[in-house]
Design a protein around this ligand. Structure first.
Ligand SMILES: [Mg+2]
Length: 184
């Protein structure tokens, strides 16, 4: 009798285990004069909302001169690690992110104790995982459409969208995985 194979669980980084958005807001508050605060509830807007002083978008700072700072020094969001450790009995953990590949991301995960497979994916459907925890509605819908399990990590920017599974804190994840029938 072989060992039961573990399921691959995809965990998004930004907005789920890492407060990238919070750290970006701090940088914006310190250095920029954004024309609106819309980007706090709709993060796709960082590509449109401009800094009044320079005329540049928030995204252009986030993905250029602030990129390393954000990947190195964004704080951990909540206390996900103990929960992830208990889930390792049932799952192979894959940290799946839209980020451009950076060494800082790998170092950040290690520094904060997150051990698992790190995957930089333009399209998160390319991760070999039947279930994902994510805060981005587009990704969650993609997973649902492919008959995979999408667990929404509650954030202000996804609250207008309905998902079958929604967690408000990381310690609600085991129960959601049980409800989804993917963990006993
Ligand atoms: Mg995210």
């Amino acid at each position: 009798m072989g060992m039961t194979e573990k399921t691959n669980l995809a965990i998004d980084i930004d907005g789920v285990i890492c407060d990238w958005q919070g750290h970006l807001k701090k940088l914006v508050d310190e250095h920029l004069e954004p024309e609106t605060q819309d980007y706090l509830t709709d993060w796709d807007k960082i590509r449109e909302v401009k800094d009044l002083k320079t005329g540049r978008t928030i995204a252009s700072f986030a993905f250029k001169e602030w990129l390393q700072e954000l990947h190195s020094n964004s704080p951990v969001l909540g206390d996900p690690l103990p929960v992830i450790e208990t889930l390792k009995e049932h799952f192979n953990i894959h940290y799946v992110t839209h980020r451009l590949p950076t060494r800082e991301t790998a170092e950040w995960l290690l520094r904060h104790g997150f051990r698992g497979e790190l995957m930089f994916k333009k399209n998160k459907l390319d991760a070999p995982c039947p279930v994902i925890v994510d805060d981005y509605s587009v990704t969650l819908r993609d997973y649902e459409r492919r008959y995979r399990i999408a667990i929404c990590f509650d954030q202000p920017w996804n609250r207008m969208d309905n998902f079958k599974y929604r967690i408000h804190e990381f310690n609600q994840l085991p129960e959601a995985l049980r409800q989804a029938g993917i963990m006993r």
